[in-house]
Design a protein around this ligand. Sequence first.
Ligand code: AMP
Ligand code: MG
Length: 417
Amino acid sequence: MAQLSDDCFAFGGPMMSVDEAVHLITARVTAVVDTEAVALIEADGRILARDVTAPLPLPPFTNSAVDGYAVRGEDLPRGREQAFPVTGRVTAGASGEAAKAGHAVRIFTGAPMPEGTDTVFMQEDVRLDDGGDVVLPAGLKAGANVRPAGEDIARGHLALKAGSRLRPQDVALAAAFGLTQLDVVRRLRIAVFSTGDELASPGSARAAAQLYDSNRFMLMTMLRRLGCEVSDLGILRDEAAPLAQALQRGASQHDLLLTTGGVSTGEEDHVKSSVESVGRLVLWRMAIKPGRPVAMGIIGGTPFIGLPGNPVASFVTFVHVVRPVVLALSGALPVPLVAIPVRAAFAYKKKSGRREYVRVTLRRAGDGALEAIKFPREGAGLLSSLVDTDGLVELPEAITMVEPGDRVGFLAYASLL
Ligand code: AMP
Ligand code: MG
């Protein structure tokens, strides 16, 4: 399992910025080292374990970019059009014979360039004369309409870096090299618990004062999107001893323990004390809204993150804390979230020194600019505020207010996982 050194939380300060907190933990987790070979079709979203260097150039051979007529550069018509006898015909997948001097070869897109030729006239730019010769216009540059071997990628080029999170285009590149499998980091195993006496599992009876546990399904789904294998450890009651036991048991079998709820400082918040009884805890009162508090710790060498119970706080802290930790544990190269500048169509006041996230919908304004419309209500418990919006506007620590028309950074939900 992934290990975390026990002294890694030796730091002071009660309230940490998101960046400090994330840096502190990601710099100290040791990535898992186990790898597995997976078929290309299974590789999407996985973390590449080893560099891939190009075993062949792309394209592998010089070929025609268009349907037309191939000629030798030294034969190109100069000054005025010129008729060429057509000798030979080479189609995609076939190989042509060497071209004769002063002749043109009929050629099709993707077909290898006949030896001696280096230029292709598009069929739209030529005509055939009565004798069947092709009349080629003057003015085409030598080398036109040809894709030279290696113009995309040279043999030996570092094409895919270890730590990349593989995307369909990366898989395509591996296929273009003729590979059938890629070595990837094994999936992280992550345990997810919900905590709270007020929670009922979907499918079980719900008492009048209970609500169905939604966070666990949100978090498990988010983890799956990040390529993790998830253990659903259900709902834990607001009671310290069983909580501690479950966490300790989970630690030995997982790379990360993730809980939601029970991390505040109320009498019925038992996650803190449970973690302290079986491991070490630092309550990171992180300077993030919605979010704070987020608990982080270590149990038997396994990192622990306790997210808040309010669904929106849970979502936002997952994205900004759990995601970077998961990426670090899986040996991924850091993938910073890139906020896209949009125009605020709302006013907002915030505390300095705290990063805040506003749920927004995007709209195209009359002048063509993209505008962010704030969800009308702010509660951190409103699931509808996540469902009915497109993403989050990120307001950095230093800002204290936003006025309509200000430029703000927008993070689309689709870009977060
Ligand atoms: P807590 O952080 O435990 O104080 O929880 C704060 C609030 O979040 C609770 O009052 C619940 O309404 C809500 N909540 C906690 N856990 C969950 C969960 N797993 N799913 C949905 N809502 C939750
Ligand atoms: Mg609770």
